[in-house]
Design a protein around this ligand. Structure first.
Ligand code: CP
Length: 315
């Protein structure tokens, strides 16, 4: 039985502009296809913060210019970001599969994925998810005044617009994704955490939000009975005392050690904290025998072989 690995791709695997993204995903495809070549079944979740912000801003601007462009709701912008990112990733992965003659037995497809959230989730009252470009404080204040957007300082890198980020409750397309994975398709899914929808009786309706992609990836990884949740980010290992002289990189962590470090405030909010929390959710809900790994894209295969990265396991 092949092992199933669910990869959650961070922003550094995608880039920001269309040209940059097209070039970066070529590099991203290689370590992903390394895993396919080694016999893993691969599912990919990815972020969309910069991209959905860019699309929403462009659509809002165009709709105000009297040039026949209608207003585009935020959920539709999320759907556009899934298509745009999925298209680039899918093309790059399919090309890499062809280059290595793996395309006879494997394919790659993007599933536009809806994720049910609770319309009463408290997250709707306090926006926290950074999207789009970085601004100076002065620019952020000017945009806030003109457009009413909310802004927050983002880890010392500047100001970004923030919008609500509710918890993922249900991955609507999960059964279809399962079937594709079983047919050796590399599935790109829960892009940008999934398109947030609420249930209205039998029907689904989009809602303005961006779900955390690590959270949705962990949830879907549980549903697909993945053996490994592999969160790929900008650093090789999780660290405590990050960026201090006494920084210590961690090779292995148990669930309770990770919880202790969280209670000490060791992991940055909006950065390493949601990744570690997503790993813990995956471990708690999957039970024994699974592992979660946090590492950089280039180290994906070495980390699965236990040579690098931070591996988190149950106690
Ligand atoms: N949706 C989401 O989590 O996107 P980022 O990872 O780009 O912030």
């Amino acid at each position: 039985m092949p092992k199933k690995v669910f990869i959650a791709l961070g922003g550094n695997a995608l880039g920001s502009t269309p040209l940059e993204q097209k070039q970066i995903v070529r590099k991203t495809a290689k370590p992903i296809v390394d895993l396919v070549e080694k016999g893993y079944q691969v599912i990919i979740g990815h972020g969309n913060g910069p991209q959905v912000g860019m699309i929403n801003l462009a659509m809002d601007y165009a709709s105000q210019q009297n040039i026949g462009t209608p207003y585009m709701p935020f959920a539709e912008c999320g759907a556009m970001s899934q298509g745009y990112i999925g298209y680039h990733l899918q093309q790059a992965i399919n090309d890499e599969l062809c280059t290595r003659n793996l395309n006879k037995n494997h394919g790659c497809a993007t599933i536009v994925t809806q994720v049910v959230v609770d319309k009463n989730d408290p997250a709707f009252l306090s926006p926290t998810k950074p999207i789009g470009a970085f601004y100076t404080q002065q620019q952020a204040e000017a945009i806030q005044k003109e457009h009413g957007f909310h802004f927050m300082e983002d880890a010392g890198r500047g100001y970004r617009r923030v919008i609500p980020s509710p918890k993922p409750l249900e991955i609507v397309e999960s059964p279809i994704i399962k079937q594709l994975v079983e047919r050796n398709i590399v599935v790109i899914t829960v892009g940008g955490g999934g398109i947030p929808v609420i249930r209205k009786g039998e029907l689904l309706e989009g809602i303005d939000a961006v779900i955390d992609k690590d959270n949705s990836s962990a949830k879907l990884a549980v549903e697909l009975k993945a053996d490994i949740l592999l969160i790929l980010t900008a650093v090789d290992k999780v660290a405590i005392n990050f960026n201090k002289p006494e920084q210590m990189n961690l090779d292995k962590l148990t669930l309770s050690q990770a919880q202790e470090y969280i209670s000490q405030g060791q992991f940055a909010k909006g950065s390493m904290l949601p990744k570690v929390e997503a790993c813990l959710n995956f471990l708690k809900e999957s039970g024994k025998g699974v592992q979660a790994i946090i590492t950089s894209l280039d180290n994906a295969l070495s980390a699965l072989e236990g040579k690098t990265g931070t591996t988190i396991i149950s106690d």
